[in-house]
Ligand binder design. Sequence first.
Ligand code: PXL
Length: 272
Amino acid sequence: MSRQYLQVMTIAGSDSDGSAGMQADMHTFFTRGVYGVSVLTACVAGNSYEIGARVTLPTDFIDKEFELIAKDYQVRAAKTGMLADATLIETVAKKYQLYDFGPLVVDPVIVTKHGNLLLEEEALESLKTKLLPLATVLTPNFYEAEKLTNRQLNTEADYVLAAQDLQAMGAKNILIKGEHTTGSTQETIKDYVLLESGHSFWLEAPFYKTERINGTGDSLSACIAAELAKGTSVEEAIRIAKKYVNRAIQKEIIVGHKYGPINHWATIGEIE
Ligand code: PXL
């Protein structure tokens, strides 16, 4: 008996240790029961300690990836991850609009949790003007939201204003991931969601003290894209994705010696 799988696309960089980037997206697509295709934009050489080198792929190659996927696969939703520079952002924005890949989740990857820059400073303007307006869902972390809005996020009211700014830039639904400082005593993390309808709410989750959180943001946005491909509403897709990463963080696995990946297996059969 043959079975059909919904197809979802990641437009992202490869992380050689498998914990983040395109690999985290693919793990997430697999565990969420959708088939992942990938437009690779860049490659990072790294392990659980460090990123040692990075390269970007030629734009004509990226164009070809888009073209060949569009010719053969029926992509129902997509997400972006590491786009590295303004040229890649513009290439991706142009190609995304040329084909029908369904709703787009934009994870505005700027810097890793450990301070490695994955987007050139000069590319911020392109991110704001070329990619943000295409976002069905935008998922900045606290730091990225500050960079994109030129605001400092100190209070809950600041998150609300930042989300409104991001919506004014053209992104339809906003999820700002709350701050958790290393070594802090906080017991929960609060994210803020502003939907296209104007409805907004906070999502609060336990803060687990672990260094094994590589790929959290990638997996969150990939999970939202997977759910959107299934026809789930944006609000429900965001709630499911939060449960997904919470579960994957809570059930720590030991892979690599330092900042290891989250546990995708722990989510199987657990998240509805
Ligand atoms: O998690 C952010 C991220 C995204 N994409 C790539 C990465 C990382 C973090 O290391 O390597 C390719």
